[in-house]
Design a protein around this ligand. Sequence first.
Ligand SMILES: NC(=O)c1ccc[n+]([C@@H]2O[C@H](COP(=O)([O-])OP(=O)(O)OC[C@H]3O[C@@H](n4cnc5c(N)ncnc54)[C@H](OP(=O)(O)O)[C@@H]3O)[C@@H](O)[C@H]2O)c1
Length: 253
Amino acid sequence: MSDASLLPLAIHGAAGRLGAAVLELALASPACSVVGATVSARSDWLGRPLGGEGAVSYRDALAPSLPAETVVLELSRVEALPAHARQAAAEGWPLVVGVTGLDGACEAALAAAAEQIPVLLAPNFSLGIALLKRLAKVAAQALGPDFDGAILDVHHRHKVDAPSGTARALAEALEGAGRSVPIVSQRVGEVIGDHTLTFAGPGERFELQHQAEDRTLFARGALAAAMFLRGQGPGTYTMDDVLAARGGKPAAS
Ligand SMILES: NC(=O)c1ccc[n+]([C@@H]2O[C@H](COP(=O)([O-])OP(=O)(O)OC[C@H]3O[C@@H](n4cnc5c(N)ncnc54)[C@H](OP(=O)(O)O)[C@@H]3O)[C@@H](O)[C@H]2O)c1
């Protein structure tokens, strides 16, 4: 693969649980080149070279001199997101957002950015979860009002937001299909992320479940999202668009 075809990638939050997994995969990938990586201003990683060698080191901000086609992955924190979104929009860098628990300031910054650059919102990088959302809509439309729906979201004890971004997105998808569904969240142990959608009706119960078994699942999805976003026009995208681009037909509306 020639250098021109390599995807230049920059990662915010590169020393976090998710960011480090994405960085490791990206450094090993023949399809991309990591051109920038940020950590918090108090991080021990500041100034160290990525992967222990090479010219790129961890910094507390992305340099404006990065290539114009750089795709930025936002994997840090809600508090840092608005400034990162403004910088990406000003520099023309496509932005993939993996951070969850977005507040009003984040949503406003991302909406403004999406007028200038492509922004992909992925509260869950799993393509399996994108498929679960489609199936959930089909189930909601097919099962009548005799069926009650509920979402169970189970995650590790370190997760700061509840309900999960994925559970919210699932509930919103169902809302769009005319169903209001409550969410129950559990924060226990080291569970990476389980989501279960239950529909219970007279004499039968129907469940759709997704379990994340390995954090590299999210890292692979993050890179797939970055590859997809390269060359897209301004606007807001989701993992459903990534699924569709890989041949998965969109769900019937
Ligand atoms: N979309 C998905 O599939 C998916 C999957 C897993 C997690 N997530 C979400 O991704 C986010 C990160 O999760 P995580 O588990 O990786 O959390 P984490 O381990 O706490 O990582 C966040 C990292 O961001 C750093 N950081 C804080 N401020 C920063 C700044 N201004 N610039 C650059 N880096 C900064 C933190 O550094 P300090 O510790 O020094 O503050 C920390 O290393 C969360 O919102 C989580 O819910 C999404």
